[in-house]
Design a protein around this ligand. Structure first.
Ligand SMILES: Nc1ncnc2c1ncn2[C@@H]1O[C@H](COP(=O)(O)OP(=O)(O)OP(=O)(O)O)[C@@H](O)[C@H]1O
Ligand SMILES: [Mg+2]
Length: 310
């Protein structure tokens, strides 16, 4: 069983309109509402790839059914911890020309009791797990050290821990030395204090993370692919140029692919191949943060994996 702590569940609203004009009234051409947030993306893609997965995250009363139904359709065991405040709403506005504008809500401020309930649900669920993923923003009310504390907890119990966080939460998590940290190019640039814009710089970046005690760091570089390292060396994987529809959530699907491969004890170079195929499968489809197995299988032969020389 893979456990995903993706606490800050969102309600995503996708609206298509002709052209966005600030200050004007717009009529939607199409509209969809579905559960979102990084935890949902990661968990549903893990399930699509055929591994057992559970997700711990916030719910509110108005959206409990929407989220539970979608997660069970997708094969995810969902432990929703109900809070009094309303879940965050995220809006993606897509214009006819393809441009996307996103508005991300803040989400509820948790009370101490609600924070305890969430942590209790997480610790209980993680007990029968071998791999734990901490992913996404922290609900308001938690300290930036939350992922560092959870990573230390799960690793002390012999579980492997993969983390996708940004800003101060990632900086703090580094100190707990999770097995994997997965920044994208902007996040690693902010962490290291210089721009990581090509694969050579990404190679130096994963080595810098190794030097800080991360056994298996990965840096994802969008259309350039991804670079990862472990004791076997530094590896890069990328895919041939392809038609792109929506890349939002590609990092989440990438992480899902890596997690599935690690749960199956595949070596890093094969894990990276699966991760890149999942990221690309997400980018090819309209839906945010979901990679279907058939699409992933079709893309796998187009991924090239090679060693980077440090
Ligand atoms: N335009 C693209 N073409 C091909 N593959 C892509 C493209 N964008 C992303 N990918 C694949 O998905 C992986 C993750 O993408 P990216 O680095 O953009 O993640 P991210 O910024 O963390 O995304 P998010 O946080 O929205 O989930 C990349 O390493 C790559 O393999
Ligand atoms: Mg990301």
């Amino acid at each position: 069983m893979i456990t995903v702590a993706g606490f800050n569940t969102a309600i995503d609203r996708y609206i298509r309109l002709d052209a966005l004009q600030p200050g004007e009234i717009h009529r939607a051409r199409a509209e969809q509402v579905y559960p979102g947030g990084k935890g949902v993306h990661v968990a549903q893609t893990i399930a699509a790839l055929g591994e057992r997965v559970q997700l711990i995250g916030l719910v509110d009363a108005p959206h409990r059914n929407l989220i539970s139904r979608r997660m069970s359709e997708r094969g995810v065991l969902f432990h929703g911890v109900e809070v009094a405040g309303e879940l965050r709403h995220c809006m993606a506005l897509q214009e006819a020309g393809g441009r996307m504008t996103e508005i991300l809500g803040q989400g509820p401020l948790l009370s101490p009791l609600e924070r305890d309930a969430l942590l209790h649900a997480f610790r209980r669920a993680a007990e029968d797990s071998e791999l734990v993923i901490l992913s996404g923003s922290l609900p308001r009310g938690f300290a930036a050290t939350l992922y560092a504390d959870l990573a230390a907890h799960v690793q002390a119990h012999g579980m492997r821990c993969l983390v996708d966080a940004s800003g101060e939460a990632m900086r703090q998590t580094l100190l707990a030395r999770p097995l994997m940290l997965k920044p994208n190019r902007d996040e690693i640039s902010e962490l290291l204090g210089y721009a990581v814009t090509d694969l050579d710089a990404a190679t130096q970046a994963v080595l810098a993370l190794r030097a800080q005690g991360i056994a298996m760091p990965v840096v994802t570089m969008g259309e350039l692919g991804a670079v990862a390292a472990d004791d076997s060396g530094v590896w890069c994987a990328r895919i041939d140029a392809m038609q792109v529809v929506n890349t939002v959530g590609s990092g989440d699907c990438f992480l899902a692919g890596m997690a599935v491969a690690l749960a199956r004890h595949m070596p890093l170079e094969h894990a990276l191949r699966l991760g890149v195929a999942c990221g690309a499968a997400n980018a090819q489809a309209e839906e945010t943060g979901f990679a279907e197995r058939a699409a992933v299988d079709a893309l796998l032969p187009n991924v090239s994996v090679y060693r980077m020389h440090a």
